[in-house]
Design a protein around this ligand. Structure first.
Ligand SMILES: Nc1nc2c(ncn2[C@@H]2O[C@H](COP(=O)(O)OP(=O)(O)O)[C@@H](O)[C@H]2O)c(=O)[nH]1
Ligand SMILES: [Mg+2]
Length: 257
């Protein structure tokens, strides 16, 4: 495997759609790519997984075996994933020159905030791991929404401590101008703070300015990757960053041809 991208983020932001679209894009560019579905609770996937955790973990089975409701059983299911990392390794060991995309459970807390998740990542791909954090563009193109997403992004970073990308997905639902504004906020904490004050009206304190400046200092605010998974837009940048990290950019020639 060349490297593995774990796709994380809150429910409904488009993790599964992004995963499918990225694999499709990579294959269109004639790279080998595979998808692992790690969401035991997925009813429907917008792609054909190459490895599917649902073959090993059944939510219905857990509900009846442990006498649990749907929420409890989602948590047990998420905690069971680690028991199948050997199976996943067996699968990935066959994939020599592949980019691997891992779609994670619907709700962010079921993967990112469970104790086993960092161990799962280490066992599957160790140093060859990157994390994409998927934010929903309509929820992140106003100041308080963007700050909330950045805090979640920072909490994902604190858990995995791997290279990350802040993906602004569903940009087909917002204006180009909104995307440009988000890019400016990412570069300039003062601008974001001013926009936040404009949004909230009469606030006397700079509630978040220190935090935003610290995010900037600590590389938690660096770059936004605007994407539409629906329209297959923005994946060149995602790929370039993956390739830069995993191969030092040597694949770029192939891509530019
Ligand atoms: N308009 C638009 N909708 C999207 C995009 N990506 C995902 N969606 C929709 O968002 C909803 C949730 O997507 P899904 O991939 O299941 O989210 P997940 O829960 O994070 O895996 C679905 O209805 C998708 O069709 C996008 O780029 N543009
Ligand atoms: Mg999903």
């Amino acid at each position: 495997m060349i490297g593995t991208l774990y796709v994380t983020g809150p429910a409904g932001t488009g993790k599964s759609t992004f995963s499918g679209a990225l694999k499709e894009w990579l294959q269109r560019m004639e790279f080998d790519a595979a998808i692992i579905n790690l969401d035991p609770g997925a009813d429907y996937l917008p792609y054909e997984p190459d490895f599917d955790i649902r073959e090993y973990i059944s939510l219905e089975g857990i509900m009846s075996d442990y006498n649990l409701g749907p929420n409890g059983s989602q948590i047990v299911a998420a905690d069971m994933i680690i028991n199948f990392t050997d199976k996943i390794k067996e699968f990935t060991d066959e994939l020599q020159d592949y980019y691997l995309v891992v779609d994670t459970p619907g709700q962010i807390e079921l993967f990112t905030f469970r104790t086993s998740s960092t161990e799962i990542v280490d066992r599957i791909s160790g140093e060859k791991s990157m994390i994409a954090y998927i934010a929903d563009a309509p929820l992140a193109t106003y100041p308080s929404g963007f700050i909330a997403q950045k805090m979640l992004y920072a909490s994902v970073f604190s858990r995995f401590f791997k290279p990350m990308m802040f993906v602004l997905n569903k940009i087909d639902l917002v204006s180009d101008e909104d995307v440009e504004t988000v890019k400016k906020w990412e570069r300039d904490p003062d601008l974001l703070n001013e926009a936040f004050i404009d949004e909230k009206g009469n606030i006397e304190k700079d509630y978040f300015l220190n935090l935003l400046e610290a995010f900037k200092e600590s590389n938690i605010m660096t770059k936004v990757y605007p994407v539409s998974s629906r329209d297959s837009f923005g994946f060149e940048d995602i790929y370039s960053n993956m390739s830069m990290f995993f191969t030092g950019g040597e694949d770029n020639d192939t891509y530019n041809e």
